[in-house]
Structure formats: structure tokens, C-alpha cells
Design a protein around this ligand. Sequence first.
Ligand code: DMJ
Length: 641
Amino acid sequence: MTTPALLPLSGRRIPPLNLGPPSFPHHRATLRLSEKFILLLILSAFITLCFGAFFFLPDSSKHKRFDLGLEDVLIPHVDASKGAKNPGVFLIHGPDEHRHREEEERLRNKIRADHEKALEEAKEKLKKSREEIRAEIQTEKNKVVQEMKTKEKKPLPPVPIPNLIGIDGGDPEDNDIRKKREKIKEMMKHAWDNYRIYGWGHNELRPIARKGHSTNIFGSSQMGATIVDALDTLYIMGLHDEFRDGQKWIEHNLDFSVNSEVSVFEVNIRFIGGLLAAYYLSGEEIFKIKAVQLAEKLLPAFNTPTGIPWAMVNLKSGVGRNWGWASAGSSILAEFGTLHMEFVHLSYLTGDPVYYRKVMHIRKLLQKMDRPNGLYPNYLNPRTGRWGQYHTSVGGLGDSFYEYLLKAWLMSDKTDHEARKMYDDAIEAIEKHLIKKSRGGLTFIGEWKNGHLEKKMGHLACFAGGMFALGADGSRMDKAGHYLELGAEIARTCHESYDRTALKLGPESFKFDGAVEAVAVRQAEKYYILRPEVIETYWYLWRFTHDPRYRQWGWEAALAIEKYCRVSGGFSGVKDVYSSTPTHDDVQQSFFLAETLKYLYLLFSSDDLLPLDHWVFNTEAHPLPVLHLANTTLSGNPAVR
Ligand code: DMJ
């Protein structure tokens, strides 16, 4: 926020005026005169400096910029004149030189005139009393505050809402399946009710200590992460009172004008994704408004020399930085590469192409870079635009980047061929270099570190089973069957990682080393923190194959969670899945409500609930509608539901 002394007066910034306590009366006149003189001198020097700077500093507009060829069918209601294709690109050649000189002369005259005017205004200002100046500053301040308020309240433009098919229902015919689905809903109630009682407004819940919990990804303020993350799960389960409770909290308490440093990625996938999904499902404007308010706060994170965003941004100051542990100040592939879905929807809903441009810029930059063995390293330095450490993984640090390439294509009604190509290329390289079969016949995805394959697979990488199945249709050379099979093999491996533990819950990561297969070796990798990825894969495989084994495996996992993670104050992660007497970590993660329970519920629902040809799930399981061409070309249609 600008300090009062620097507030624009008559549209210009002036140096601060001395409004301190008055001097002794008999000195006042002389002192005021010299003060005025000094002030005028400073002002004049300042303006002359600006005048010189304008002509002698390098002309940044001459620097090369990316032409992204931006607006397309995804943001049809964007005014084409607003986003000229080549904003700010001036290259001056022969015949244009004369026109350029004239333009410079015109600008010089304008600056001279402005200079005179500023001096006059400053002189006028100095004739006024301290009280008058104070009053003027106050008026300016009020004006700015008022303008900000009006801006916040400005209604967003009407947008044709995509076909919202299958947003409720999904009752299975089979009685046994219906009971299982009811049980999952009861688990959701237990998680929500306890959060409601003990953690309301906090980001997460400590179910044993029965109090709020948070981590640094959410910054230092209470942003109700669990509320936002859980909304769409509550909605599809028909828990409407709970949904309305959450909505009220968001309406009255969710405030992003806080001095808090948050993770851009986490806030995007959980908050923006959660709010957008809640908006599409319920049609309540407040969710869209909050999503856009938050997105505006994230934009300063993109102010880096390359446009690759910082990992963290302070919501108030807009200052960004990267995680201290990330290779040489790098940004992380899975973080800056997991913004596309939400940002395209933001542009679609607001008519403002800024969000779309940010993510397309990232894509274009990545396309231009060399990739060792065709693989994308996990680290990229946002200052230099160079890769950091050569570490590639489909688990943590890399995972959802690949997921979003595929989903960008699906979300565009399969028209974003560029995204599909990038996905296909990436998956081929991954299959060639990272996917192996163990001696015991289990297919696993290892990690590539500086030319060496580490035979270790993370729980996070288990999501890839679902991704391969989802991407099978539309794959190159009609390899659909191959990718569906690959997805099924990953599902089997991940199920084995659950089955080979005492609790029947999977460890954080597991090895394939000699006799060791799908088992965690280090103590620090034996925990289970209510993660969704394995159940997510079961659900996708169920939708595409209807093989009953996926419902059976999902049910085994649900029973294990119920038995070992449920406590009277909610659900908790466990520290060692190989110990039959579990120790709890006392955290109910917000993604447990957003993802784990949602995927379980969908696994025991019929396929007409959130059908996959109309909905694409973001990486936090928030469903966003496919932007079908038929819908996106409707122009000027008010939002209809
Ligand atoms: C979730 O927040 C998202 O799925 C993310 O992509 C990575 N994993 C966590 C849950 O495990």
C-alpha cells in the first residue's frame, strides 16, 4: 500500500512534504521560506533526472520479446483489440526513422510542458497551510481506497457456462456398492465435522490434539484450506448444509489481503482450483470472485527475468522467492508446470487474457529448451532460464507437469494439439528411460539423477497409472491398448506397495533393489499421510475397464484408513505402515477431503457422476468443465445454468 506522503497528487508523485511539528514562532517565516526553496530545488532536480533518464536509459522496448500468438478459442469473449498480438514490439528501420525522430520530439515537448506544470503545481501547493495539505492528502487517500473498493466490487463479465453434466446423483444400482458409498460419505462427515468443531478457519486439523494446524505452504494466516479444498466433495456427496456453512465462511472470512508468503502452486491447485470447481458446481458467484481476487495476488510471482514464476509469493507485497532447498535457486517443474488448467479457466471466466498468457509463456519457453534424453529436469532457474540439477521424476517435483499437459488437451475439447504433442513426447522419453520391470515382474517408474536410474518409486508417482489410462485414447500410432495396459501395471505395483505392509496402506516411497520389491527401506519413507494417488489410479482404471478388482482394492484401502487412521477427532496419517501398532502424525491433510475421499466416493458411484468426457479433474481432484467448442463460441450469452 502506498504511504500517504507518496500518494499521487494531480496524477503525479511529489517528494514528501514536511508535516512535522512547527518550529519556534519567530523563526517560522525564515525557515518556511528556506524549506520551500530546498523543496523546489529537490523537485526540480528530480524532474530533470527523470527527463534525462527517459532519453539515456536503454530502450527496453527494443529488446526481443516472445510473440505468443495468444488469444484463441478458449477465451472467445476477449476483446481482440485489447490484446494486440505484438504489444510493445518496436523495431526501427530506414523510412521509419524519421517518424521515430518526430515522435521523440513530440515526447520531449510533452515532458517539458509536464515539467513546467509540475513546478507550478508544487509552488501552489507550498502556498497552502499545513492543514490544507493534510486535508488534500486525506482526500486523495480516500479516493484511492474508494477506487479500490469499486474495483473489487466490479462484476465480472457474463460468460457462457459450459454444459454442466452429471453434477449430482451417481447412485449405484448394486446394494453392496451403495452401502460402501454411504460409508465413504460417513467418513467425509467425520472428517468435516471434527474440523468444523476443532479447526474451523484454520488451514488443517490436528485430530488428536483437537486444534488447528498449518504448514508453510499456506503462509502465516488462517485461510481455511480445508474448507476450500472440501467444498466440491461436500457438494457431490449431497452434504448441502455443510457446503453452505463453508460458503458462508468464505464469504465473510476468506481474505487475501494478508502479509503472508504462500506457495503459488499449492494455493493454485487447492484454492483457485477448489473455488472454481465450487463455482461451476453451485453457480454461486462468490467463489468465482474469490478465485479471481486470489489469482490477482499470485500474478506478481511471474515478475522474474524469464517469466517462470517464483515458488512463493507474499500476498501483500508481491515479493517472490524460491525454496531454499531447490537446486541453485530454481523453480520446480511440478509447481510452475501445474497452473495451466486453473489459469485458462480464469481467463475464460474473466475475459482477461493475462492468466492465459502467463501459462502459455511458460509452455513456449519450455518448448525452446534442450531436454537431456528428451526428459524434463525438475529444476529450472527463473533468473537464467537454465536447468538446475538433472533430476527427472514422475513423482514429487515433476508429477503434475505431465498431468497438466494431458489435461490441457482434454480440457480444450482435444483441440490443444500442442499440449498433446508435448505430453506424448514426454511420456515416450519417460517410458524409454524411467519405466522398468522388476525381477518379480512389477512395472515401476524410477527416477533419473545425473545419468543414473534410481530404482525407487514414490507414492506420488502412483497417480501416473490413472494418467496413462486417461491419455490412452488419442495416443500416437493407436497405442491406446498399450497405455491402458501400462496404467493397469502401475496400479498393480502400487497395490503391491500397500499389500506388503502391516497396515495395508502404502509407504511414501518404495524400492526395487535385489530381493526388495515395492517395499520402503529407510525409516523416513515408511509413513502414510492420507495421500490419494493410489486410489485416484484405481478410480481411473475402474472408469475405463470396469474391472471389479479396482473397487476391491479401493475398498481395502478405505477399510485400512478407517481402521488405522480414524481417531475420535478426525483422521490422521501414520508414521510407519510396517508397524502393526501405528503411531499417528496428528495431521488431517486438506487433500484427504479434497481427493482421497472424493476418489473413493466416485469409485463407488455410477459413471454418470462427473463423466470424464465433460469434466477434467485438476491435480487436487477439483473438477473443471471441458471447454467444448460448442460452448466457447457462444458470444455475449449471459451466464446461464
Ligand atoms: C496433492 O496436493 C496433489 O495431488 C498434488 O499434485 C501432489 N500431491 C498432493 C497429495 O498427495
